[in-house]
Design a protein around this ligand. Structure first.
Ligand SMILES: [Zn+2]
Ligand SMILES: [Zn+2]
Ligand SMILES: [Zn+2]
Length: 477
């Protein structure tokens, strides 16, 4: 096993390294909605005239993506259909390696040959799928491209299966593709890591192409890291109980997590515990009953949410919250999911006061559980800040947005579009807060006008897209 260590001291927000992908592809399901070059979500995309499959923001993105797409484009035309995302990314990797050799940059610390593929650990069903993929790959792979052995091909499939990084859209809300970043593969997991990884979509909009930058990931320090300390990221969300995290890591990444937080089951008790009030605690029996009930209601709620029946979602959440809130701790992970969903859906339905109350409970719970610089905490604080602003609770709203901004400055950096948005919100809410303190009447009339313009709208449909990015690496489905 590799251990990547800090060669010098780092501080919160430092970029330890950044790297471009060897290859990345947009998911099959989003092929027409996400640019195949910069991975931004865009209303109107232009189609590649040759294969009619690849989509781009504009000619600039198309040109930037041509080196990656050229061989794929003619292969798709010859094949007569589009192979699935796993096959597409493996083919892109192999074309790249055939052209440039096993190290595609000077910075690359290892070759793909040396990376684990864990094919020997794969369960029977996954192996069957792998066989089908390899079979289709061989049909798709052009005769005039360099030919490889089945072992070499399946190795790359295996590497992607355990190291394929989830590429998110520019809002960071949804996983939209999968890519391979060679050095990132070497960063081990810790449930309480000292680094985070973020995708920077780069900039191809500058007039002068000299200022264009590539899509790349950045490994950023979450706090002070001493020289010689191992660098780690979290492959799974800390909000899971340690047993669940260990199970996920074992089935998806084939190792047993023995990190401090798993070994000592840190915070498990409050994630699943009862509410203590004036020294009085509910009985274990009561807590278990409420936990089980909450779990059932979550399943019911998810179904309603997937069906887009948001009034039903609200009904289920409200019923569950009323029943379990008096019993369960304000850090109980099921209750947190109820609050989170409730705030999201109520904001979507424009019941901002209600949405703000639940969003605040969610953030306060997260603050007791997450690392203070966790990106998910920052995103939650941003959502809560916007919701409070929408509800006219400018003081709390501004505070939350400042909190989110402070976290995202570390996890995303000052040039990331979300951080830039937050900065604009921070300035706007600060101005409004000042106005509110001077003259409430003027503030309220101004706010009404601002709401009509919806400059801070975040009202995407609450279809649980955030869940998609909580796993760092993409899993085949
Ligand atoms: Zn683009
Ligand atoms: Zn094409
Ligand atoms: Zn762990």
């Amino acid at each position: 096993m590799y251990r990547l260590k800090a060669t010098k001291e780092f501080w919160a927000g430092d970029v330890i390294f950044s790297e471009a992908s060897i290859a990345a592809v947009v998911f099959d399901s989003l092929a027409e909605r996400i640019c195949h070059s910069c991975f931004r979500r865009q209303e109107k995309l232009q189609r590649c005239g040759q294969c009619k499959f690849a989509h781009y923001c504009d000619r600039t993105c198309q040109r930037a993506g041509w080196a990656e797409h050229k061989l794929e484009c003619s292969a798709i035309k010859a094949y007569g259909k589009v192979p699935n995302e796993n096959i597409r990314v493996v083919a892109r990797i192999m074309w790249r390696l055939d052209k440039e050799g096993s190290t595609v940059s000077d910075m690359q610390l290892t070759t793909l040959d040396e990376l684990e593929d864990h094919i020997a650990d794969m369960p029977e069903d996954d192996l069957k799928e792998l066989k089908v993929d390899i079979h289709n790959f061989l049909d798709y792979w052009p005769h005039n491209s360099k030919q490889h052995t089945i072992d070499d091909i399946s190795h790359i499939f295996g590497v992607i299966n355990c190291n394929g990084f989830s590429v998110s859209d520019q809002r960071g809300l949804q996983a939209v593709g999968v890519g391979l970043f060679p050095n990132l593969c070497l960063v081990n997991h810790d449930c309480w890591p000292n680094c985070t990884v973020i995708l920077n979509h780069g900039n191809q909009s500058a007039v002068n192409t000299m200022f264009h930058s590539q899509r790349r990931i950045e490994l950023r320090a979450l706090g002070k890291i001493a020289e010689g300390e191992e660098l780690t990221v979290a492959y799974v969300d800390f909000l899971n109980l340690s047993e669940e995290r260990q199970r996920l890591l074992k089935t998806q990444y084939f190792f047993d997590c023995t990190c401090e937080h798993c070994k000592n089951r840190i915070k498990d008790d409050i994630k699943i515990g009862g509410r203590e009030e004036d020294g009085v605690k509910p009985s274990e029996e009561q807590v278990k009953e409420a936990t089980d009930y909450c779990f059932q209601m979550l399943e019911k709620m998810e179904k309603a949410r997937l069906n887009g029946d948001y009034h039903e979602v609200v009904k289920i959440c409200r019923e569950c919250i009323e029943k379990t809130e008096p019993v369960l701790a304000d850090t109980h992970i099921y209750l947190l999911r109820m609050w989170s969903t409730m705030s999201e859906v109520q904001a979507y339905l424009q019941y901002f006061d209600d949405a703000a109350d639940y969003a605040r409970k969610m953030v306060e719970g997260y603050m007791k559980l997450y690392h203070p610089n966790n990106a998910a905490l920052g995103m939650a604080a941003m959502r809560a800040g916007v919701t409070h602003w929408q509800a006219g609770q400018i003081e709390v709203g501004h505070g939350m947005i400042c909190k989110a901004y402070a976290i995202l400055m570390i996890t995303h950096g000052p040039t990331h579009p979300i951080t830039k948005d937050l900065d604009a919100m921070r300035i706007q809410t600060e101005m409004e807060l000042r106005m509110f303190k001077q003259n409430e009447y003027v503030y309220h009339s101004m706010r009404e006008a601002a709401l009509k313009n919806k400059p801070m709208t975040m009202m995407h449909e609450p279809k649980s897209v955030e869940e998609g990015i909580k796993n760092l690496f993409h899993r085949r489905k």
